[in-house]
Structure formats: structure tokens, C-alpha cells
Design a protein around this ligand. Structure first.
Ligand code: AMP
Length: 608
């Protein structure tokens, strides 16, 4: 078998690699019209774009079936991250092996002097990240004066990451006669400007939608209570049991936390983020490749360009910042024609945002609840039965052991022990707080959350809450607000126990709750410490003081004679309506709670 239109050495390499056909982007960049022209290509990750530019640049490089000897590089590929650069280098390595290519990879975090030596010895192809390439250029180690072709891979990402200056400096050091290939998942305005400045008569190629972009990825949006995010991750990992799964977090800290927690639960997990050295990252990737690890927790940047053929599950543990990031992250799976699943974990308060993002990206996602512990157990059973009933050829030694066991125990006992042994290897699934219909506890009483809400809605006051202070949450019934998940959230954010939270009143779009005045300052400070600069936590929940208390749901305070306090909640169109005010102590404590303004924190206690 041969690939038409391609140089025979490259065609042989593709055949040896087991490729049967070119992907759409590969076909387009090698067709007649594209030959020797500058190209502006929008192709998504997973579409085979690396091999595509590898093939496209062959005309500039291959002479008589080989790459000529070169004292300075003929081709340069610039990629946004170290992982992607290393990945590109590997792909070009096998593609151009028979053509006698010498490739140097120049990436941050690696030994720069080694790279300089490699550049000195004469290479035809250089692959690198913008910062490191610029360093080599400025120190005179990289001579781009004989360059024939420059490729910018994931150009949109490089501009997003602030590499514009580096790219311009690099391109300005190349001859005007060079051919410039610009590959980018999207073509926003800055890319158009870059293309205008550095390309001539570029042929625009777009295979998005036509190629294998996200066609092979099934998207699921899984709604959860904010406190259930980690539990949902555990259950998703257990339910899918993917050979390799990648979990995305927004920050290094969150990567570290989730990774530690998964390892503690018994998952074979590795972490990839900016805080890891190149060596650590390489080890993590190697562990994933040789299956010592099956789960990778990563930040967007660290995971860019990673190509793991066995990766069939991507979980967006934290919502990506935009639709592009969503696609980039998801594109780690569903590669090269394989099927993949991308799950977005959506805390209730973020539902609308995710819905908008999916619609903007024209992604059809299936909305569903997180898998419950029961779902996981059910799936475990199916898998166990399949595994244990699969035909096996036994070793005589094992059969002998089986006979000894049979002499001591019943077959049922032995089978049950076998099941238990298998089960013990699997991290236990998590009971999620807010899954399933409201139930009753073992005594037949409504579950605690239900009791709690009814108690408070009926206006009862609990002991210890005679002098309490109101706070407001920016979520209500529209965001599935429910004491069952609000309580744990408040405990986590405010560093209080469930018993220290009094009434919870749920309105359509906001929720009020109160806590004893004695601990209100401490609570407010903890809330502030656990919030980001927008005053929200990662799932979009904001807690703010509400000195006026709620007027929702309306209730009559018989005989109080007090005027209802002003509130933004439940106000009748004709003016204020009567409603409760912040609970007052038996002694008629009318002093309003004045929260300390945020920013005026108490000094931290010195660490012991
Ligand atoms: P990329 O879009 O460059 O990240 O490539 C995604 C994956 O597809 C890589 O693992 C490639 O090796 C693989 N690939 C590229 N071209 C083909 C092809 N024509 N047939 C099968 N697999 C391919």
C-alpha cells in the first residue's frame, strides 16, 4: 500500500505505522493547490494535524528521498507547551526517520546546554516552545537564517498564553522566503493579524466539523451539589473504569488536592501541573503509558498536547474557562477515530453558564445526575461476573491449590472470597449527598435535611439561636438549593458544624440562613478565606452578610408589633409587606449585626 501525493519515504513511514488513510486535514494540506503555499489551517486537536504539517513541509525538506545535510535548521515548529513540543518531536521522529532527519527539541525545563550542543551539531528540524527558542536565538545558539519552513502549532493558544512577542522575534529572524504554516484550533482576530503580517497569499484550510474533532466524543454534563464534586469524580472514575482517564482542575492547588485525595482512596493516579519539573512530568506520562497509573489529574496547560491512545475519559472537574478550553481539554480523548467520553461536572449554581458554553460551542451534551454508589456497585457486579466467568486456562499449580481449597470450604464460600478479594482492589464508591428522591431514614422519619427545612419553614426557633445573625447565599430553588447540600457547604466554607447553623430559608434565587451571633465574625472570616476574589467559591456560591434577614417565605409574627425590615426578597409590588425580622433575643436584643467589612481580617494565629 502507498499513499499517493506523498514522498515514498513518508508514505512508507505511514504504512509502517499502520495508518490506512489520511485524515481530512492531511489530505487537504498535501493536495496540489496547497503545495509550497503558506497555509492557515484550522484543525482541531486529535485530527492528525501533527502528521499533517509533517507531510506538508516535506516539499521544502526532502531532496532525492532524504533530508540534506544542514549546518542550520531548515524547518522550525513552535508549540505552546513542553508536552506538545515533545509530542510533535516524537511524531516527526518516526515520520522522518527513514529520511535521515536530525531533530532538536528545545523546551523550557530541559538542559539548555544539551540543546545548544544538539543545535551546534547540525539539525534539519527544530521543535520548541517560544520562550526557550527565543533564548537560544538571543544567545546565538539558534541560527534561523537558512530556514525554509516555519510552523506555528496551536497558534491561538500561544497568543492566549502571551507568547506574541516571542513568536514575532522568532519569525523576524527567519528569511522572508520561508514558507509559513499556521495551525490553530480557532482563528480569532489576533491570529488573522499574525497571519497577515507573516504569511503571503495563504491558503485557508478548515476541516473543523469535517474531521474527527469532537465527533467521536460523547459529552455529558453531570449536575452535582458543590460539596459533592469530589464524590462525583470518584463515582465517575469507578463507573467508567477507563483504561486511562484525565481529570482537569483549574489550579495547581486543586490538582494537588484532588490527586492526593484520589491516591489516598486507592486510585493509581499521577498529577501534572506547572509545579512539577520536566523530569516529574515525564515520569508521570511514562507511568500512564505503561499503565502503572490510570488517572491523570492536570491543569489545562500541563495537559496540552498529551496524546495517550488509551485515554477514553476526560472529566472537567472544574468548569473550563471557555468553550475553547472545553474543546481542547476534551480533545485529549476521542483521538484518531477512537471513542471517548467527556464529562463536565456542573455544580448547580453553574448550570446556566455551562449550558451557554455548550450551546456556544454547538456541543450536544447529555445532562444527567452523577452516578450513585448503587450505580457503581451494580456495574461492579456486571464486570466481576464477566471477568470471573471469562474462559481461562489454569496452571496445574493453581488447580492443585483449588482442590485444597475445595476440600476445606464450600464452592460458595470460595467464590464469595474471590469476589471479596476482587472488590477489595477497587476504591469504594461515594454516597452522594443529593442524589435520588428525598427519602426517610431508618426510623421512617423524613431525612435530616427535610426535617430541618420543615422545622425552619414553620418558624420554630431552636435553642441557642435566640440571638442569631443572617447571611445570604446567591442560590435558590432555581439552582436546586436544598439543605441537604447547603449544610455541608456552609460547614466547609465557614468552618462551623451543622449544629451551629440555624434556620435555612430557600427563596427562588437566594437562600437565607442564620448562625449564632457569638460565632458570626469567625464564620464571616472563614467564608472570606475560602472565597476567590469575586467572593465566590469554585462552584460559584457566594455567601454575604444579610443584616436585614429574610422575608421569605412570608410568615406572620403574631403580636410582635414590629415593622418588617426592608429586604430585597419577597417584596410585594405595592411596597413592603409584613415579614419576620432577624431573630431577637428574649431580652429584646434589637442591635443589628454589623459585619466587619471584608478585608478587615483578624490577624492569623501564628502557626504552632
Ligand atoms: P494530532 O491531531 O496530531 O494530535 O493526532 C492525533 C492522533 O492521531 C495521534 O496519535 C496520531 O498519531 C494519530 N494519527 C494521525 N494521523 C493518522 C492517520 N492518518 N491514521 C490514524 N491515526 C492517525
Amino acid at each position: 500500500m502507498t499513499f499517493e501525493n506523498l514522498s515514498p519515504v513518508l508514505s512508507d513511514a505511514l504504512v509502517a505505522r499502520g495508518y490506512e488513510a489520511l485524515t481530512p486535514v492531511q489530505t487537504q494540506v498535501t493536495q496540489g493547490e496547497a503545495k509550497s503555499r503558506d497555509l492557515l489551517v484550522s484543525a482541531q486537536t486529535g485530527s492528525g494535524k501533527t502528521v499533517a504539517f509533517g507531510l506538508a513541509m516535506a516539499d521544502e525538506l526532502i531532496e532525492d528521498g532524504r533530508l540534506p545535510f544542514a549546518t542550520s535548521p531548515l524547518a522550525l515548529i513552535v508549540a505552546p507547551t513542553r508536552e506538545l513540543a515533545l509530542q510533535v518531536s516524537r511524531e516527526l521522529g518516526w515520520l522522518y526517520a527513514k529520511a535521515g532527519a536530525r531533530i532538536a527539541t528545545c523546551v523550557g525545563g530541559m538542559d539548555a546546554s544539551k540543546e545548544r550542543r544538539a543545535l551546534n551539531q547540525g539539525v534539519q528540524i527544530v521543535v520548541g516552545t517560544p520562550g526557550r527558542l527565543r533564548d537560544h536565538l538571543e544567545r546565538g545558539a539558534l541560527d534561523l537564517s537558512a530556514l525554509r519552513v516555519a510552523v506555528l502549532d496551536e497558534a491561538d493558544e500561544m497568543l492566549d498564553m502571551g507568547f506574541r512577542d516571542d513568536l514575532e522575534e522568532i519569525l523576524d529572524a527567519t528569511p522572508e522566503t520561508r514558507r509559513t504554516l499556521l495551525f490553530s484550533a480557532t482563528i480569532p482576530k489576533p491570529i488573522v493579524q499574525l497571519a497577515k503580517r507573516y504569511q503571503r497569499d495563504a491558503l485557508r484550510i478548515s476541516t473543523v466539523g469535517e474531521d474527527r474533532g469532537h465527533g467521536d466524543i460523547a459529552y455529558q454534563a453531570v449536575t452535582v451539589a458543590p460539596a459533592d464534586i469530589e464524590g462525583a469524580v470518584v463515582n465517575l472514575l469507578r463507573l467508567h473504569d477507563a483504561e486511562t482517564a484525565m481529570l482537569f482542575c483549574a489550579t495547581r492547588d486543586n490538582v494537588r488536592r484532588l490527586h492526593a485525595s484520589l491516591v489516598e482512596r486507592g486510585f493509581a493516579a499521577v498529577a501534572l501541573s506547572g509545579e512539577h519539573s520536566q523530569n516529574e512530568r515525564n515520569q508521570a506520562l511514562q507511568a500512564l503509558r505503561d499503565r502503572r497509573a490510570r488517572v491523570c489529574v492536570a491543569t489545562d496547560v500541563a495537559a496540552r498536547g498529551i496524546d495517550l491512545p488509551t485515554l477514553s475519559l476526560v472529566v472537567h472537574v472544574e468548569i473550563p474557562r471557555d468553550a475553547e478550553a472545553l474543546q481542547h481539554r476534551s480533545g485529549r480523548t476521542g483521538r484518531a477515530g477512537k471513542k471517548g467520553t467527556a464529562v463536565i461536572i456542573v455544580p448547580y449554581p453553574r448550570r446556566r453558564r455551562v449550558d451557554g458554553m455548550l450551546r456556544g460551542a454547538r456541543i450536544n451534551a447529555e445532562w444527567m445526575d452523577a452516578p450513585t454508589a448503587a450505580d457503581v456497585r451494580q456495574k461492579d457486579q456486571e464486570r466481576l461476573i464477566e471477568k470471573l466467568l471469562a474462559p481461562v486456562e489454569h496452571e496445574p499449580e493453581d488447580l492443585e491449590l483449588a482442590q485444597r481449597l475445595m476440600a476445606e470450604r464450600t464452592p460458595e464460600d470460595i467464590a464469595a472470597s474471590l469476589v471479596r478479594a476482587h472488590r477489595a482492589l477497587m476504591p469504594p464508591p461515594e454516597d452522594l449527598l443529593d442524589n435520588g428522591p428525598r427519602g426517610r431514614d431508618a426510623t421512617g422519619r423524613p431525612e435530616r435535611g427535610e426535617r430541618f427545612e420543615r422545622l425552619e419553614r414553620s418558624g420554630d426557633r431552636r435553642e441557642g439561636f435566640e440571638d442569631a445573625v443572617w447571611f445570604r447565599l446567591n442560590i435558590g430553588r432555581h439552582q436546586n438549593a436544598d439543605p441537604r447540600w447547603i449544610l455541608p457547604l456552609l460547614c466547609r466554607r465557614g468552618h462551623v458544624s451543622k449544629n451551629e447553623i440555624g434556620a435555612i430559608r430557600i427563596g427562588p434565587r437566594e437562600t437565607m440562613f442564620n448562625i449564632p451571633r457569638a460565632i458570626a465574625d469567625r464564620f464571616a472570616e472563614a467564608v472570606q478565606r475560602t472565597a476567590n476574589q469575586d467572593g465566590e467559591d469554585d462552584s460559584g456560591v457566594a455567601i454575604t452578610p444579610a443584616p436585614d434577614g429574610p422575608t421569605y417565605p412570608p410568615r406572620r409574627d403574631k403580636g410582635s408589633g414590629d415593622r418588617a425590615p426592608r429586604s430585597t426578597l419577597g417584596r410585594a409590588p405595592g411596597g413592603d409587606r409584613a415579614g419576620p425580622r432577624a431573630p431577637r433575643g428574649p431580652g429584646g436584643n434589637t442591635e443589628r449585626y454589623k459585619p466587619k467589612p471584608y478585608g478587615q481580617r483578624s490577624p492569623r494565629r501564628p502557626a504552632k
